[in-house]
Design a protein around this ligand. Sequence first.
Ligand code: NAP
Ligand code: G4F
Length: 331
Amino acid sequence: MSARRALITGITGQDGSYLAEFLLDQGYEVHGMVRRSSTEKFDRIEHLRNRVTLHQGDLLDQRSLVDTLRASQPDEIYNLAAMSFVAASWVQPTLTAEFSGTGVTRMLEAMREACPEARFYQASSSEMFGKVLEVPQTETTPFYPRSPYGVAKVYGHFITVNYRESYELHASSGILFNHESPRRGLEFVTRKITWHAAAIKLGLETELRLGNLDAERDWGFAGDYVRAMWLMLQQDEPSDFVVATGVSHSVRDCVEVAFGHVGLALDDHVVLDPSYLRPAEVEHLIGDASKAKRVLGWAPEVSFEQLIRMMVDADVALLARDPAARLPRGQ
Ligand code: NAP
Ligand code: G4F
């Protein structure tokens, strides 16, 4: 029997790289969609380059999506590509809507045209719950997004539901709460914290500038979460699933675990910087993943403390090896 084929949009991102590894381990033929850039930056999938097939495409370009699907003929499509940094969505609100909102419709239309029998996963987000209307949040909690990114993701979520109901596509939406790893982008708060813990410990930096220390998130490990994505596409019936740990921590807790791991004190190094406050904030997120546990048999394996320590250890190793691996300016 020939190997099952999967196409991952956003394969160069944090989740795309873990999902590609996971699917290769399951025996899949893995295809990935990448955007053209003047400087190729495939760091997260460098170790997989000769095991995956890459296709050039962009969520803004319908022709390239259809061609990518025709060329890869996937049994499963994982639509992970998006503008994923919430803070940037106020800077580029309409582009965010094009990537993370309308881009989903383009993918679904391409699927209808090229491979309607495939199974489709949409990367929805707990950011859709925003100013939460229920605690903890489940698949039936109403959405109240608080950022252009959150609004775009609500559109992406409902167009997935709508195409499932309109055209009987096997399309599922994973409402994933924050998930992190040593491969997390440096601008996200956990990685910013673990990178600074390492840099301060090694004498490369002296301070960490942060915004809202009281914001609370339900943080899990990306490696655990890509397993849930795959499980969703193995079900006979498509559906929507919350994926979360059920435990919430503040940004301050994250600093304390990271700094404590390398023997630093928060008060000695953290500076509150209003420029990192957002025009509208999501104060508290905590998910109830009972449905994923019941239907998919999914449960997270890495705790918050293990995750943050893993990230600090990876950043200490990175910076000890390459002290020039600096943060981009303004993150
Ligand atoms: P990420 O590291 O920022 O990766 C995003 C990926 O999307 C990158 O591969 C990026 O390519 C690609 N991309 C962006 N715009 C594109 C475009 N116009 N055309 C084609 N590709 C494009 O994000 P992540 O953390 O892996 O998240 C994966 C998905 O899950 C995203 O949709 C995100 O919104 C969603 N999500 C993430 C979390 C989380 O906590 N991580 C939680 C809920 C939902 P380049 O490398 O070229 O930039
Ligand atoms: O790490 P963050 O930037 O993640 P955020 O906004 O929760 O979004 C992430 O999770 C979503 C799922 O809920 C995904 F859909 C999305 O793609 C992304 O992966 O910020 C977390 C919290 C925020 O409340 C923010 O205000 O940390 C607070 N924070 C405080 N100081 C900061 C900073 N965030 C960043 N990025 N940088 C700071 O200096």
